[in-house]
Design a protein around this ligand. Structure first.
Ligand SMILES: [Zn+2]
Length: 185
């Protein structure tokens, strides 16, 4: 079931997600709904906070993006990132690696707002799956950027927090308007 996406101005986006201790029906249904919601919105990632639940759960799928490459190393082997999509990650933890690179980001909770954000070029990810399996992988490129963006959401951090002060100042009136619209709704 597709769910409404929570927009900037809603307090749940600032809530740190609680760890997922057990995968029950609620968590399974939530993950399935998040995938459907993300795809319907043409997003590459969605965090539980964005559908109103402060939980350490995120979904990602970069399959539809053709112009921004990613790499993925799984169990020490380089694999086609598309073969691992979609990713449904519980309790993910990141180790940032490599250089800092700037790239364009948007966010489904901030319609039509984009900015250049500095992120680590690659990340080492430790997480759990819906099947209760512990996984570890290394990603770079767009996938690394999306993972950093989503794990930030799980900790109540938004991409506007990582914008340059110049970008944020230039978006200030749009952000204020969005915040007001959300709070009125
Ligand atoms: Zn986002």
């Amino acid at each position: 079931m597709k769910r409404p996406i929570v927009k900037y101005g809603h307090s749940v986006l600032r809530a740190k997600g609680k760890p997922v201790r057990a995968v029950d029906e609620h968590v399974r249904a939530l993950a399935a709904d998040m995938l459907e919601t993300m795809r319907a919105a043409n997003g590459v990632g969605l965090a539980a906070q964005q559908v109103g639940e402060a939980l350490q759960l995120t979904v990602l799928d970069i399959s539809e993006v053709e112009d921004r490459p990613s790499t993925l190393r799984w169990d020490g082997k380089e694999i086609d990132p598309l073969s691992a999509m979609p990713l449904i990650l519980l309790n993910p933890e990141l180790v940032l690696e490599g250089e800092t690179v700037s790239g364009t980001e948007g966010c489904l909770s901030f319609p039509e707002i984009n900015a250049e954000i500095d992120r680590a070029e690659s990340v080492l990810v430790k997480a759990e799956t819906l099947e209760g399996e512990k996984i570890e992988f290394e990603a770079s490129g767009l996938l690394a950027r999306a993972l950093q963006h989503e794990v930030d959401h799980l900790n109540g951090i938004l991409f506007i927090d990582r914008m340059s002060s110049v970008s944020k100042a230039s978006l200030a009136s749009r952000l204020k308007r969005l915040q007001k619209e959300t709070q009125r709704a």
